[in-house]
Design a protein around this ligand. Structure first.
Ligand code: GLA
Length: 728
């Protein structure tokens, strides 16, 4: 609910359990409260605290101290505010802006062009800010939902003047608050070990989660949290911020000398400048804000519900996801029709329903990364008879077809490059940097998008594929376009992402049942923006269960488990060389949207026989994976011994626990776990034992004594009955 006090210019934005209060002081919109839900919106008594006592001068125009202290909703650059800002406008070569509140609209529709937009909000408030000198308007949007404690923010900047201006930065939002001795959580990583949680003290000067790679990258995630000193999984305060965007981003957390923490989030200003002519507008990406008074777990639940219910649009969100076998780590580039059919037959016999033909099926000779990207036609030498024949044969054995594409890329050795050398992103006179032997296409050029749409749609129509894996295997650099004029060259980074969104949107409109799985060298583009188009994203190229503990822990702090593509790979793991049983690898892969990625024809008869029962087990927990409430019970990153998670049915009728004890310790007791979120008054069955919910939660449950390294357990907890508390 959104309440407005017109007389005092207060705006109170309520989610089911939180309130966010905005006031207008000296003409500026500022956030004066964000936290547990308040019953009253009268916070006038707080206003004197945001005005400083000792001003540097008493001159009425001296706003310096005010600008240093006031918790600004959308701070501007160049006009007296020196902390990180949201907006900087260049006109006639001069920079700066100064936005004052002029009005509001309740019930406004958010203005979001060609970008992911949270759906199903119950109410939206628009605050209208105005710079009278530049004649620039900035509309700030705030949306709430009835079923999750998330506030979605975004901004639209409109040029109402006759002059052309350039936006040097146009961020999504700023969130200012008192420093309650917060610690920051951000993610760090690298390829095959992405999304590792890091906790950092916030220094004066600040810290950043950021990417200038054109993708969020392995190195970072468009997410940051501020947590109180006492914040644990279930207690304390956590403010989570997520930018729903798939390109270069900046989340800067600054601690000011005045005990204020400002977090500014949005498109990275380093790779951005946008031309705005008269009456043109620019929409920022949206950001999701969460306040949790129940620790990190409360924050995670709010984000998961939000992404599942208000971002992931795919029909596949709650449908039974395909259980697939992917050809990549089975055959790499060395695939052909016979091998694929042999893999499919083996897979189908065990209950797998989809064959995803990964990299290697297209172009004249895709036998290594340097060739054929851009040539999206089947290689008849490898897939004899073509894709429609392959699909036809798969259908005979009741298997669906999936195909890998990497549409944003071009190989120098490709028909596409030979025909259109000007379509490569590059800077005048400079040969573009190769990364994974490939270059980027210039997505600001509509001809490029048209070519890609037509070639991908043709393959989909002809082959009848139902599953499309969209990969992106290198970061962006050499930001230059032969298509854009000189004063718009800096738009290419954001236009690239708009192009990706536009293509995926067009494909989904044309093929509404299409299942898209996004991917970027593993998990380098795992973000809310891509989830708008695909219900799941490939989490990481690393499927080693030990590494997975940290990777999935980071991902699921924000994104729902069902969004994480997760496969059983071969032994030893190609990334770590670690050997592990098929059972451990399978249990680990069940923590996500499940599949296989190894040559099943090479497994022993004994191993193959375990696959069908494993798939049955997964089908038994698939509903929990897709809809359940996720709990981190134990973090291997913290305890260096074991990891454990629990996923609960929302009605508390069932749960699944996954645990991995990493290195076996001699003469050590088995680890204990304390379950969460069960019905305390009910009896549950676990491993044939009947135990009360409150006992499992408070007295705990012992994992097995490990007999070897890498021992996993998958425990199903089922509610047997509900006893009245008095019977106990
Ligand atoms: C990336 C992906 C892999 C696979 C390869 C193919 O690395 O993450 O899953 O698709 O590309 O080249």
């Amino acid at each position: 609910m959104i309440q407005i006090d017109d007389a005092n210019h207060f705006f109170k934005i309520d989610t089911p359990h939180t309130s966010y209060v905005i006031a207008v002081v000296e003409g500026y919109a500022g956030n004066i409260y964000y936290g547990p839900k308040l019953c009253s919106m009268d916070l006038t008594y707080l206003l004197h605290t945001v005005l400083p006592k000792g001003r540097s001068s008493e001159h009425p125009e001296d706003r310096q101290s005010f600008l240093d202290l006031y918790p600004m909703e959308y701070p501007c650059f160049g006009t007296g505010s020196y902390t990180e800002s949201c907006l900087n406008v260049i006109r006639d070569g001069q920079c700066g802006a100064d936005l004052q509140y002029v009005g509001y609209e309740l019930g406004a529709a958010r203005h979001q062009t060609g970008m992911p937009a949270a759906f199903g909000s119950s109410e939206t408030l628009k605050l209208i800010l105005w710079d009278p000198i530049l004649e620039i308007e900035a509309d700030l949007y705030y949306s709430v939902f009835t079923d999750t404690d998330v506030i979605v923010r975004s901004a639209t900047v409109i040029n109402r003047s006759q002059e052309t201006v350039y936006l040097d930065r146009a961020m999504t939002a700023s969130l200012d608050m008192e420093d309650k001795e917060f610690t920051a959580i951000t993610m760090s990583g690298a390829w095959a070990r992405e999304h590792f949680i890091q906790r950092t003290e916030i220094p004066y000067g600040g810290l950043c989660a950021e990417s200038n790679r054109g993708i969020p990258g392995h190195e970072s995630m468009a997410f940051a949290a501020l947590i109180s000193k006492d914040c644990s999984e279930t207690n304390g305060e956590a403010y989570g911020m997520n930018l729903i965007y798939s390109g270069s981003f900046l989340m800067k957390i600054q601690k000011t000398p005045y005990h204020l923490i400002r977090t500014v989030m949005g498109i990275h200003p380093d790779t951005f400048r946008w031309k705005l002519c008269q009456d043109e507008s620019f929409d920022t990406p949206e950001a999701a804000l969460v306040y949790s008074g129940q620790g990190l777990s409360g924050m995670t639940h709010a984000f998961h519900d939000f992404f599942r219910q208000h971002i992931i649009r795919s029909k596949w969100q709650y449908r039974q996801r395909p259980i697939l076998v992917n050809s990549w780590e089975a055959y790499w580039f060395d695939m052909n029709y016979d091998k694929l059919m042999a893999l499919a037959e083996k897979a189908q016999a065990q209950g797998i329903d989809t064959l995803v033909v990964d990299d290697g099926w297209f172009g004249h000779e895709r036998s290594e990364p340097s060739k054929s990207l851009g040539d999206w036609f089947v290689n008849q030498k490898k897939i004899q008879g073509g894709l429609s024949h392959l699909h036809h044969e798969l259908q005979k054995i009741h298997m669906n077809l999936g195909l890998w594409f990497e549409p944003e890329m071009i190989s120098e050795d490709s028909d596409l490059y030979r025909a259109h050398p000007s379509w490569v992103m590059h800077q005048k006179g400079r040969r573009p940097v190769l990364s994974r032997d490939q270059w980027l296409l210039d997505f600001s050029n509509p001809e490029v998008l048209e070519y890609l749409y037509n070639s991908i749609a043709k393959v989909i129509t002809e082959s009848g594929l139902t599953y499309l894996k969209w990969d992106m295997n290198r970061p962006i650099c050499d930001m230059g376009s032969e298509y854009l004029p000189a004063d718009q060259q800096m738009e290419i980074d954001h236009r690239h992402i708009l192009g990706v969104y536009c293509l995926q949107e067009r494909l989904l409109r044309q093929f509404p049942d299409l299942f898209i799985e996004n991917c970027s060298s593993g998990g380098a583009r795992f973000d809310g923006g891509m989830l708008y188009y695909s219900p799941q994203i490939w989490g990481s190229d690393d499927m080693d269960p030990v590494e997975r503990l940290s990777i999935v822990e980071g991902l699921t702090m924000v994104y729902p488990l069902s969004a994480v593509g997760s496969h059983v790979s071969s032994d030893p793991c190609c990334n770590t060389g670690r050997k592990m049983s098929l059972t451990s690898r399978t249990n680990s892969a069940m923590m996500g949207s499940f599949g296989y990625e190894l040559d099943l024809t090479k497994l022993s008869a004994e191993e193959i026989d375990t696959i069908r029962p494993s798939i049955q087990t997964y089908k038994g927990i698939r509903e929990l994976v897709q809809k359940g409430a996720y709990e981190r019970l134990a973090s291997y990153r913290e305890n260096k011994r074991f990891g454990a998670v629990q996923i609960n049915a929302k009605d508390q009728s069932k749960a699944v626990i996954y645990a991995l004890q990493v290195l076996n310790q001699p003469n050590a007791p088995a680890p204990f776990i304390y379950l969460r979120g069960l019905d305390p008054d009910a009896v549950y069955e676990i491993e044939g034992k009947q135990i009360h919910g409150d006992s499992l939660m408070h007295a705990g449950y012992s994992l097995v004594h490990a007999e070897h390294d890498f021992q996993t357990q998958l425990l199903i907890v089922t509610k047997v009955n509900k006893k009245g508390a008095e019977q106990r």
